[in-house]
Write a protein that binds this ligand. Sequence first.
Ligand code: FES
Length: 104
Amino acid sequence: MKAISLNLSHTHYVAVEGKTYFLKRHAHSTQLLPTACPHRGGPLHMGEVTGDGQSVICPWHDNAYKVCNLEKKSLPTVRVRNQISTVIGDTERCVPLLKLSRYD
Ligand code: FES
């Protein structure tokens, strides 16, 4: 395993071995959640967050996913000020991204 530190000013997403994750900020934490919806791979990063901040609604079929369930497939993170650290496998490559596509 290796630790990766990312500057939050320059990162909205990360790509790790073909999977992408988006930054979801809460009042007390920041997470890297998978962008692919569990249903059919829709763009969860483009979904709306419910008023209570507990769920993300996928824009493709309007299914709501609790953040606590999405966390099970998230990258482990620790945030200190403007840096977020995560852990990936020794042979994996992590690429910080500002955008996933020209539509983001
Ligand atoms: S792809 Fe997200 S709800 Fe269907």
